[in-house]
Design a binder for this molecule. Structure first.
Ligand code: GLY
Length: 424
């Protein structure tokens, strides 16, 4: 599965052949096994954070698990800011998603402890809270609406005057008109998260095939494995499609079974706060500026992530002058001092989005084929619950009850029996 601009492809350290037979040492020991190709209980197609957490949880549950990806640990997590923003990213009509987001946010401290112990790596979880501010009266009206929705949904958020916002964050522009203090929306460093998941997978015995997946194999009406780009034919009892926005494009997936995901481009810039300027911001600061979501996420190591555009551009990951200009212009309106900071990186990634902006998880109508994608703006936030839901589905054959609203079947048109007389 390839597409130009696929972020998981850009970092492809194509280590193909090496792992193909050798990764599964026992399976690779005999000539017969070599001819057949390696065999696993679970093959995960895609090694972004969603594929990795699925593989890690599956391996911990005792399933022989492999991942196919030319650059595991890459993908959208390399670009994401890592906000765990269940409350500040609440939208009308997404009440069902809110429940999943809150459950995953609540899981984060325990998930962090478990992953850090398993990998020996710090993932940069920071319980810093978020401040969403308004720059003009339109923004303030928008934030008031959000506040009302949050209160109706039983969420903790506090309205602050402009002065109170600046007391919390003195670098904010003097013109800030008010804001919402949300102490429960935290952050994690997605790059560290991806690296830790990769290590945890390796330590749990997950095999990595560092190459593309070319085609799903189907035998006797069920998914039976995949053909990889290096020629390896992998057999698997179950296959999980977790290839982000490319998950709907794998050859061999029968019509109507592929998840309805599309790429939504996001450009971000990274700045560095020199030690002499610290603390520049003490928490995530966000706003809606001219109708666009803007956020500044400060990390303890001095990195400041400013994001993000939201563009329907197919699989294009070009960083544009216009995208960077708008981000910096809007961020400067919010926090004028950012123009003093060194600009260290510009990057674009692809959010996998579904028609209802919620993830698509669990078994498909093709036996043996599962999906875990469509996390759109919430991939980092939803990583813990996705791992739990997918491991449950791989072991029992069905999603846990709390995850069933996110099953792929919600996008399958109900089959209405048609009576012949209707044509009469
Ligand atoms: N969750 C932030 C974004 O998708 O830009």
């Amino acid at each position: 599965m390839r597409a130009s601009g696929d972020p998981s492809a850009t970092e492809a350290g194509n280590a193909a052949g090496g792992n193909a037979a050798g990764g599964n040492t026992e399976a690779g020991n005999t000539a017969a096994a070599d001819r057949r190709g390696p065999s696993y209980d679970v093959l995960v197609v895609g090694g972004g954070i969603i594929g990795l957490v699925t593989a890690w949880r599956a391996a911990l549950a005792g399933l022989r698990t492999a991942v196919a990806d030319p650059g595991p640990g890459g993908g959208a997590a390399r670009v994401a800011a890592g906000m765990l923003a269940a409350v500040t990213e609440l939208h009308y009509g997404e009440q069902m998603l809110l429940g999943l987001n809150l459950a995953s946010a609540a899981r984060y401290p325990e998930f962090t402890a478990e992953l850090e112990a398993a990998s020996g790596r710090d993932i940069g979880f920071r319980a810093c809270g978020t401040l969403a501010v308004a720059l003009d009266s339109d923004d303030r009206a928008h934030l008031r609406e959000l506040h009302a929705l949050q209160e109706r949904s039983g969420l903790a958020s506090q309205w602050l005057s402009g002065r109170e916002c600046r007391r919390l964050e003195p670098m904010l522009a003097p013109g800030v008109r008010g804001g919402l203090r949300v102490d429960g929306d935290h952050q994690v460093d997605p790059r560290r998260l991806a690296t830790a998941l990769l290590t945890a997978c390796e330590r749990a015995g997950v095999v990595f095939h560092r190459t593309f997946c070319e085609r799903l194999e189907v035998a006797r009406g069920r998914a039976s494995g995949a053909l990889l780009a290096d020629g390896t034919a992998v057999s698997a009892g179950q296959v999980v499609l977790a290839a982000g926005s490319l998950s709907g494009k794998l050859a061999g997936v029968p019509e109507g079974v592929a998840p309805p995901v599309r790429p939504v481009k996001g450009q971000v810039v990274r700045l560095t706060v020199p030690r002499a300027f610290a603390p520049f911001l003490s928490r995530t600061v966000r706003a809606v500026v001219r109708g666009q979501d803007l956020y500044l996420v400060p990390r303890e190591n001095g990195e400041l992530v400013v994001g993000a555009t939201s563009e329907e551009m197919g699989w294009d990951t070009t960083v544009t002058a216009g995208g960077v200009y708008e981000l910096l212009r809007d961020a400067h309106e919010l926090v004028p001092g950012i123009t003093e900071l060194p600009l260290t990186e510009t990057l674009a990634g692809l959010r996998p989005a579904t028609p209802d902006n919620a993830p698509v998880l669990g078994p498909t109508t093709l036996p043996g084929l599962l999906v875990a994608t469509g996390h759109h703006r919430n991939g980092v936030l939803l990583t813990p619950v996705t791992g739990d839901a997918m491991a449950h589905a791989l072991i029992t054959g069905e999603l846990p009850e709390w995850a069933r609203p996110f099953a792929p079947s919600r996008f399958t048109a109900p089959t209405v029996p048609v009576r012949e007389e209707q044509y009469a």
